[in-house]
Design a binder for this molecule. Structure first.
Ligand code: 3PG
Ligand code: MG
Length: 418
């Protein structure tokens, strides 16, 4: 059933607790945290403008990063308040806490149509624990609850699940924002009865991350095109050598089951026929997340279905790109989730970029509806400057994947039906 949206509300002079996903990438520059991609902020502007027009008192809440229940200066939302004010052309009052007396005092003084942004919800452990007492504290400033944080809707946290439950219990309304509504439309309704051919492109590192999506889409798609490291688990399942490629050797059974289901359902299921390979060399260094940094040496094309023992596959090759592009060119609906290779390294980005171009072209020339399921594929499209050429790009990473799997997202379930 369709969810209540901000369009169904009149929030004049009401305190609107507006949960947004402002979990944006930040980089330190000259001792200051700078936003490197403000898409998630920009995408909430229509909701904000509508509520400002209604004369609501907007209390924006969000998380940033994973500070694990403690104050962490590098994860403050303060820089977001500045960017939001620039984008909205209005004052955004930042409060350096999300609960307590200070918040309540500022909110009590708010005029209709004004905006306040509260500090990172995850500075308190109660947010992720969905602690009822913490949710009560947040809800003290909520007459109406609006959720525009699709990207966090897979989390049953205090701000996404606890607060709306309290607001509803008091007889208040809990509605979707316009971004949330769009996400549910494109990732949900539009894929229910897609115009055909419906072509699904799935990439990324692991079969285990995508298997539920593959399984569900095997019931709907006409073609599924597989890329990224997960293709090597399929190759292994087919009896090929995968060298040092990233494989999940304990997941070949699920790969085989997917291949069998595709055959039974007559879904065209394509795997790469060539690739770009390179030799991994350990550097002994660790990245920011503490993972060993590997240097890739001697990148070269490989047309053999087997990967040499000393090499790993890192991108789709030209024959694969050609075959996939031909399928994409005929599509009327395209869903893409996950890159074709290690696109962050430009030596292994061509497969992903070529697929991005094919998707953009099918949208432009063929009128295909192209829906990009968030995360790395969105990053890749933006990097290739093709983000404006597709029909819809999700702002959710994990959330879009779980939604495509058919899961009920707690943040969506908490909203009232029309
Ligand atoms: C995201 O960036 O995926 C969302 O903001 C959710 O963040 P999380 O994965 O830290 O819960
Ligand atoms: Mg995530």
């Amino acid at each position: 059933m369709a969810k209540l949206t901000v369009r169904d509300l009149n929030t004049h002079a009401q305190r609107v607790f507006l949960r947004v996903d402002y979990n944006v990438p930040l980089e330190e520059k000259d001792g200051q945290m700078v936003i490197t991609d403000d898409t998630r902020i920009v995408e909430t502007l229509p909701t904000l403008r509508l509520l400002i027009e209604q004369g609501g008192k907007l209390i924006l809440t969000a998380h940033l990063g994973r500070p694990k229940g403690k104050r962490e200066a590098s994860m403050s939302l303060r820089p977001v308040a500045g960017r939001l004010a620039d984008l909205l052309h209005c004052n955004v009052n930042f409060v350096d806490d999300c609960i307590g007396e200070k918040v309540e005092r500022v909110v009590a003084e708010m005029q209709p149509g004004t905006v306040v942004l509260l500090e990172n919800l995850r500075f308190y452990p109660g947010e992720e624990e969905n602690d009822p007492a913490f949710a009560e504290k947040l809800a003290r400033v909520a007459d109406v609850y609006v959720d525009d944080a699709f990207g966090a809707a897979h989390r049953a946290h205090a701000s996404t699940e606890g607060v709306p439950r309290i607001v509803a219990r008091r007889g208040g309304r809990c509605a979707a924002g316009l971004l949330m509504e769009r996400e549910l439309k494109f990732l949900g309704d539009e894929l229910e009865k897609p115009a055909r051919p419906f072509v699904v492109i799935l990439g990324g590192a692991k079969v285990s991350d995508k298997i539920k999506v593959i399984d569900r889409l095997l019931d709907k798609a006409d073609s599924i095109l597989i890329g990224g490291a997960m293709a090597y688990t399929f190759r292994l399942a087919q009896g090929f050598k995968t060298g040092k490629s990233l494989v999940e050797s304990d997941k070949t059974d699920i790969a085989k089951a997917a291949l069998a289901k595709a055959k039974a359902r007559k879904v065209e299921f394509l795997l790469p026929v060539d690739d770009v390979i390179a030799n991994p060399v350990k550097t002994g260094k660790l990245d920011k997340k503490g993972k060993p940094i590997i240097e890739w040496q001697n990148p070269r094309p490989n047309t053999d279905s087997n990967c040499p023992d000393d090499a790993a596959g890192l991108d789709a090759g030209p024959a694969t790109v050609k075959a996939y592009s031909a399928v994409i060119a005929k599509a009327k609906t395209i869903l893409w989730n996950g890159p074709m290779g290690l696109f962050e390294d430009k030596r292994f980005a061509e497969g992903t970029n070529a697929i991005a171009r094919a998707v953009a072209e099918a949208t432009e020339k063929n009128g295909a509806k192209s829906i990009i399921g968030g995360g790395d594929s969105v990053k890749a499209l933006n990097k290739a400057k093709l983000g404006q050429k597709v029909t819809f790009m999700s702002t959710g990473g994990g959330a879009s994947l779980e939604f495509l799997e058919g899961a009920t997202l707690p943040g969506v379930a908490a909203l009232q039906d029309k």
